[in-house]
Write a protein that binds this ligand. Sequence first.
Ligand SMILES: Nc1ncnc2c1ncn2[C@@H]1O[C@H](COP(=O)(O)OP(=O)(O)OP(=O)(O)O)[C@@H](O)[C@H]1O
Length: 603
Amino acid sequence: MSSVPSPTIAARAGAFVQVLRRVLRLAAPYFSSDEEKWRARLMFAGIVALNLAYVYALVLFNQWYGRFYDGLQNKDAVVFWREIRVFAWLAFFNIAIQVAKFYLTQLLQLRWRSWMTRHYLGRWMADRTFYHLELARYAHADGATPDNPDQRIQEDMQMFTNATMTLSMEILNAVVTLLSFIGILWGLSGTFDLSLGGSTYQVAGSMVWLALVYCVVGTIITHFIGRPLIGLNFRQQRFEADFRHHLVRVREYSEAIALDRGETVERGQLDTRFGAVLRNYLQLIKKQKNLVTFTAMFGQASVIFPFIVSAPRFFSGAIQLGALIQISSAFDKVQESLSWFVANYDRVAVWRATTDRLISFDDAMRAHAAREDALQREEGAAVLGTSDLTLALPNGTQLLAGAALAVRPGDSVLLQGPSGSGKSTLFRAFAGIWPFARGKVQAPADAVFMPQRPYLPDGKLREALTYPHPAAGFSDDQLRQALADALLPDLVNRLDDSDAWSQKLSGGEQQRLAIARVLLKKPAWLFADEVTSALDAPAEAVLYQRLADTVRAGGGAMVSIAHRPAVGDFHGQRWTLVPQDESAAGGARYRLDTSTAAQAAAT
Ligand SMILES: Nc1ncnc2c1ncn2[C@@H]1O[C@H](COP(=O)(O)OP(=O)(O)OP(=O)(O)O)[C@@H](O)[C@H]1O
């Protein structure tokens, strides 16, 4: 017979090694981090030592059983009372170890989770990874890019650190317990006769062999029953996160949904997502039911099994009651260790799913960090300039090709074009956040980009006003002046009010607050994307004038996107995105016409 392993066994071994590698890849950074490595390793070593001490206590208890039950059988009161005192010491030792083990393990888990969460948060927020991963997710709707990073950072990291610590310590316990109790069980086992090919052999350690066969069979059956749980758990976490994400969206857009009378549609969407949660959970329960049935049968049978096999030796007088109880307790420990996998299959399945989710998140962030930007960017230039700039959508569609643009100090440019032609996308490329751009961009330092929808953090008004800079950097007078200049007199005395500003303020007020930010920071270069679209015409004129004055005072330039013709009065040049046949040179949907004569600049 060939001893070459079958491909399935080789494939399984390969998969197992891969899982271990992945776990190591996720765990290693913490245990080799500059700031934590020695503390982490020391704590880990302490936990291992406490686990070994715990197993040692189990061995002492097993020996105690032998002496105590023999004393009982012999009706020896001296032995009985002596062993009661020994028990008290043993119990004290055991409790102290368990408390220390629990406390140290929890502390290490907490430190690990906090380090890992901060480490991943740092990577996710750095280099605009959070934004690019979202873009990539819509570009690859096949699920190649990780979904719900919030869940990975908040929930998966806690689960991973907790489960890795507890499962690895349990495995260590199981192995050490197995090694310790196999010796004890071997010593207490009798021999049995094995007939093979006409000869009879006496086999020692009968109980050990029986325990081994019992558990190997149990483990194999468990693996086959429990295997689907890994995929089901993976999907369960994903469905739960999707459901939660949609609930958060309903909360965020509550007003728009209420005005649209969108409750029925949203309810339907929530029902669909919750339905997916329930359907998968039902399948999970069914598979778990099979597993529970088997593990319960397995556990019950193992209570009585050692008594049945040892009964003939006990009744023949070959062993005492103490030895019988010791055998049962040692068998129990050997069986428990060998069948650790049987009893913990579902926990391992959840842990594996969590590991897979974190690995795919990690992979996506690594891929992002290793990417080569096709857009060459020079920061801190005196002008804004592009050469050979090509803009595309995540799906590859080209919006603009080979654009050469220049904005010099003192310029003011109005960018116009049909809706969806790529005006905001051009701004994103100027800002260096659009990953689907190629070519060269020279950008001035400290330019301020005002998006169509400003982000207003919840909290104090002064923090929303100075975002993303700390409010402490500005005096109350400066803040009040900026609010007054942005035509927000009602907010002047509410600097310390806390609120959900993006929900409380009207669309026009939010735009004015965003303008107040700019008036406060006085940037030299300003890129404004539809920043007055919700304002009335007189307010728009006043505020555009103030923005234009600000950049002029700073010696910079202003580029605006606006649909309203009146905004043209504040700009000397106009760029227009003009639709073109995609078969035209460059294969882009639009070309940028910069030849339009200067508008009558009111400034
Ligand atoms: N994250 C994204 N993923 C996929 N497509 C996107 C993404 N962002 C923008 N687009 C697409 O890019 C195109 C250009 O969008 P952009 O917002 O730049 O247009 P715009 O000219 O500013 O439009 P509007 O005048 O309506 O604001 C649109 O077709 C839009 O659907």
